[in-house]
Design a protein around this ligand. Structure first.
Ligand code: NCD
Length: 459
């Protein structure tokens, strides 16, 4: 039997699969009410542990327009979660005879990955903490594709809170894979997290280039601009002059604005006290922005002023409306009613299951820490030599200081060439040499004292 597919990360879909979904969404949008036979009788469960308007309602509308039904737990304070039930148990129950597909939103990073491990039906991630929001990305890419006819080579500004916006993270990975360029204009202090930049660089071949925002006018007035390009060879000559000085960005195709994700700030504080980026008629007056569509996943607060709503470049409400046909196509695909999936799914990064004594993900809001009884210690192996690993739930980089081999009971430094000979299933990850030795491992022969120091972070 074919393996059950889930949509946890935007990486779970190939470019061809995304394009097939766009084509189907366009076909659906031409006759939105004409598809009520396609998924007749199918039941979608929407489990939302965080607030939502568009995502939940558009999934529910999409299911009903396809002829299916919806069961929902939209306020988890009214569910058994308030009695202490784990996510894993809830998912096991709801994905039994209750529903054919599960849509989950949760405040912990990696929650959808955990749910997929326990579910008997496809799980679709509708946002897991500040990690990913792949279906919003499909809507965003679809909107860009409808507006511009293609994605490759587009220059897309990502503005606002790039640190905590999960929509930005999934969008950035997908844009890079489609060959679009990212112009990052973060709110000061809310730059893309290092683990996201690292993935863009190492998994998707994206190169960050210093750029000048002079031509971007007011949009870039309070922020450094970073240009990230997956185009090969990296077209440095386009963006830096002979003396290596950053050049202006000439022409932008889209500006994607985001809301300050205040609910994820450690202090619970508000960005309203400081001056937050605001986009309006004046900001969009720069010549380089004259053809740029303005996007926003919504909800917005003040980051796009209402005076811009009448500007034809503002497509954020159209973008939200397109969420229904996109999610209809997606649901039909995951319910097995249309054929969009590749015959051979692309191989994922190798995942290693760790033992209880090993290094855990350091991110406090990762599901592997909040749901400790049900989550394994799991690592994605990004590279074997030098060893680089990320948490398999939340993708956060894990700094390994010593790698044990369970067969020889020796430990190696993470940059040791000897690691080539250690198979992933024999490995054991520790924070440092001392921890490895406390667990009974001894230094591998040929080890030098310098290797005792944990490897510095790559970024
Ligand atoms: C986004 C989200 O929940 O991440 N909203 C949405 O799904 N359309 C963006 C946000 O809340 O800022």
């Amino acid at each position: 039997m074919a393996e059950l597919r889930h949509l946890v990360s935007i990486d779970d879909l190939s470019l061809a699969e995304m394009e097939a979904i766009f084509l189907k969404a366009r076909e659906i949008s031409e006759d939105l009410t004409g598809w009520s036979q396609l998924c007749q009788g199918a039941i979608t469960a929407t489990l939302f542990y965080e607030p939502s308007t568009r995502t939940r309602l558009s999934f529910e509308s999409a299911t009903q327009r396809l002829g299916g039904g919806v069961i929902t737990a939209a306020d988890m304070r009214n569910s058994s979660a308030s009695k202490g039930e784990s996510l894993a148990d809830t998912v096991r129950v709801v994905s039994s005879s209750y529903a054919d597909l599960l849509v989950l939103r949760h405040p912990s990073e990696g929650a959808a990955r955990l749910a997929a491990d326990y579910a008997g039906v496809p799980v679709i991630n509708a946002g897991d903490g500040s990690h990913e929001h792949p279906t919003q990305t499909l809507c965003d890419l679809y909107s860009l594709w409808v507006e511009h006819g293609h994605l490759e080579g587009l220059d897309v500004v990502l503005a606002g809170d790039l640190r905590y916006s999960r929509t930005i993270h999934s969008f950035a990975y997908a844009l890079a894979r489609f060959g679009a360029n990212l112009v990052c204009i973060p709110q000061h202090g809310f730059e893309l997290p290092p683990y996201v930049v690292k993935r863009l660089r190492e998994e998707f071949g994206v190169e960050p280039i210093r750029a000048s925002g002079k031509r971007l006018g007011d949009l870039a007035k309070s922020s450094d601009v970073v240009y990230l390009t997956p185009q090969k060879p990296h077209q440095l000559s386009l963006f830096t002059d002979a003396k290596g000085k950053a050049q202006d960005i000439q022409h932008v195709h889209a500006v994607y604005m985001t809301r300050p994700q205040t609910e994820r700030y450690a202090s619970g504080g508000s960005a309203e006290s400081e001056e937050y980026m605001q986009l309006g008629k004046n900001t969009m007056a720069a010549e380089s922005l004259k053809d740029a569509v303005v996007m926003h996943p919504l909800p917005r607060r003040d980051e796009i002023s209402a005076d811009f709503d009448s500007d034809p470049r503002g497509i954020y409400f159209k973008q939200a409306a397109r969420g229904v046909p996109v999610r209809m196509a997606l649901l039909a695909a995951f319910l097995g009613k249309i054929d969009v999936f590749d015959a051979e799914p692309k191989p994922a990064l190798e995942v290693r299951r760790g033992e209880k004594d090993e290094l855990r993900c350091p991110k406090e809001s990762c599901i592997s820490r909040t749901e400790i009884r049900h989550a394994d210690t799991k690592y994605k192996l990004i590279s074997r030599v030098p060893l680089q690993v990320a948490c398999a739930y939340c993708s956060h980089e894990i700094q390994v200081g010593a790698v044990g081999c369970r067969t020889t009971q020796e430990w190696h430094a993470p940059n040791s060439p000897q690691l080539k000979k250690v198979r992933p299933e024999e490995m054991a990850f520790f924070a440092d040499a001392q921890e490895a030795e406390d667990r009974g491992f001894r230094a591998a022969p040929g080890f030098s004292e310098a290797e005792r120091e944990p490897a510095p972070p790559v970024l």
